[in-house]
Design a protein around this ligand. Structure first.
Ligand code: HPA
Length: 275
């Protein structure tokens, strides 16, 4: 079956679960899944009930699609995602983005937990992704191109939509939430980086580092979605602090910023058609 048909089948299953027809989707990163609990009139569909959907194995990712209202507007939220380090191909990692596109999504917000490289990005800071560096060694568009999904050679000059970034900055300003803009470097994981790798990343122009987002972002651009990326800086990257890195720290910090993160996403969802 083509990706196009698989995405259509996934979207058809989702459409049967709800009469809401969202144009905005949010992918929730590690420790950030609680945001979906704030949806009103919501339904949830476990990924394993959606045809062709990859199922996340990461313990901090719950693995369901939630559709409901936020700020009065229909929104789809992915609670959990799959990663290259779970053994999935870039193709699988990108599939949910294609299914969301088939569902009618036009705006996608990708969120993640990330390690701070830039000294301004201390744990608990929110970062607006200005651009990314894909150092995973993978790309979801490798292989024959299906022109129904997008072009063979998509332009990547502005992956993260300028108008949406303006909106995010404006919402943050009104809320009094600090939002630092920076470059996200995506690596495959699952080991955290070495201090030498972090020095390399800094030299290459990265402000934060993580194990997700870039593959989905490429698929989203390919599909013509307008994209926004937000990182929660959960820890100083390797070698920049005293502590050893752990998933527990990532999840704890993500939980600590829940209030600001929720307000920011809500404000963005509310403001999105004026973007
Ligand atoms: N490195 C990679 N991925 C991460 C980190 C990190 O320091 N923190 C959260 N996700």
């Amino acid at each position: 079956m083509s990706d196009w048909d698989a995405a259509r089948a996934a979207a058809a299953r989702i459409e049967r679960a709800t009469s809401l027809r969202p144009e905005i989707a949010v992918v929730l990163g590690s420790g950030l899944g609680a945001l979906a609990d704030d949806l009103q009139d919501g339904v949830t569909i476990p990924y394993h009930d959606i045809p062709h959907f990859p199922v996340s194995t990461a313990p901090t990712h719950r693995g369901m699609l939630a559709i409901g209202r936020m700020a009065g507007r229909p929104v789809a939220m992915m609670v959990g995602r799959v990663h290259l380090y779970e053994g999935y191909s870039a193709h699988h990692v990108a599939f949910p983005v294609r299914a969301l596109r088939a569902l009618g999504i036009r705006y996608l917000v990708l969120t993640n937990a990330a390690g701070g490289i830039n000294p301004h990005l201390t744990p608990g800071t929110l970062m607006l992704i200005a651009d990314h560096i894909n150092m995973t060694g993978h790309n979801p568009l490798v292989g024959p191109n299906d022109d129904r999904l997008g072009p063979r050679f998509p332009d990547m000059t502005e992956v993260y939509d300028r108008a949406l970034r303006d909106l995010a900055r404006q919402v943050a300003r009104v809320l009094g939430v600090t939002l630092v803009e920076g470059v996200y470097l995506g690596l495959g994981g699952p080991s955290f980086e070495t201090p030498a790798e972090i020095r390399m990343a800094r030299t290459l122009g990265a402000d934060a580092v993580g194990m997700s987002t870039v593959i989905e972002a490429i698929a989203a651009r390919h599909a013509g979605l307008r994209l926004l990326g937000l990182s929660v800086i959960t820890n100083l990257a390797a070698g920049l602090g005293e502590a050893v890195l752990s998933e527990a720290e990532v999840v704890e910090t993500a939980a600590r910023v829940r209030g600001n993160f929720t307000s920011l996403i809500e404000g963005i969802v509310r403001g999105i058609d004026t973007a």
